[in-house]
Write a new protein. Structure first.
Length: 267
């Protein structure tokens, strides 16, 4: 391991030390750290989207520290160490890429990413810790954001052939689900509307997957554009000595269209 990595391991150990450590770090447990682990992962994504190398380096470092922090607690409790984590990750990557690390020359080379994914799932299913799984959908984390969770479920099903043969049936399914939502809306059953709206969202996620678009990323980009345009409305109102609450809907709509023209960016 590099000197920098070893130094960071020592930093985690020092912060958790009963003698001169940090009271906040000492108080943490794997459960209390879960929100920070998720937050740091999302901050890495945001940094990647910013294309700012300094931010990417910083946020990847924060995420790496979370891994080391968990490993430090595991070591203190006698459960596992960072060496165990590194060995497990290395062994898994080698084991699930026999087409790259070929000890047996009879193992065929994979020519496409799709072939690799199918083989990955086969190898994963045969591993000791996964043999209790009875469904190809087992193993998709329920803690994923809803859009990503849906897309991962759909991708797993598609790998075993449960997929549309072409784009048009996917679009047809989206339109069908919207019509069903309209019928539920007219029936005024909130529970039914929620179910049908969920089906619309699920169908749209499936459309994104079929087109090889990450639904989570697509919605995040749209949300960022919304922020930029709405803040333009606020700033425009402020320049006129008003607040956004003082604007009529037609004024807000006009400023929104201005923002679309002035701030348009493919991101």
């Amino acid at each position: 391991m590099s000197k920098s990595f070893n130094r960071l391991v020592k930093v985690a150990s020092r912060l958790r030390s009963r003698r001169g450590g940090c009271p906040w770090d000492l108080k943490q447990t794997p459960d209390s750290l879960k929100p920070f682990l998720i937050e740091e992962a999302y901050e890495v994504i945001e940094a990647i989207e910013s294309k700012n190398n300094a931010r990417i380096v910083e946020e990847l470092g924060d995420l790496l520290y979370q891994v080391l922090f968990h490993a430090q607690i595991g070591k203190e409790e006698g459960r596992f160490t960072i060496e165990d984590v590194l060995k497990a990750a290395t062994d898994k990557m080698v084991r699930r890429h026999p087409h790259v690390f070929r000890r047996d020359r009879s193992v065929p080379r994979m020519r496409t990413a799709e072939e690799v994914l199918v083989r990955w799932e086969e190898l994963k299913a045969n591993e000791t810790g996964n043999r209790h799984r009875t469904s190809v959908l087992d193993g998709v984390s329920k803690q994923l954001p809803a859009l990503l969770h849906a897309q991962q479920l759909q991708a797993r099903a598609a790998r075993v052939g449960f997929d549309w043969p072409a784009l048009e049936p996917v679009l047809k399914k989206v339109r069908e689900e919207i019509r069903e939502f309209e019928r539920a809306r007219k029936g005024r059953s909130r529970s039914r509307m929620e179910d049908e709206l969920g089906d619309v969202l699920f169908a749209l996620v499936n459309l994104a997957r079929f087109l090889k678009i990450n639904a989570e990323d697509a919605l995040r980009r749209t949300s960022q554009r919304f922020i930029q345009r709405f803040q333009y409305i606020e700033q425009t109102a402020s320049k006129k000595g008003r607040t956004v609450k003082d604007l009529s809907l037609s004024e807000m709509d006009r400023f929104w269209e201005e923002a679309k023209r002035l701030l348009y960016s493919p991101l």
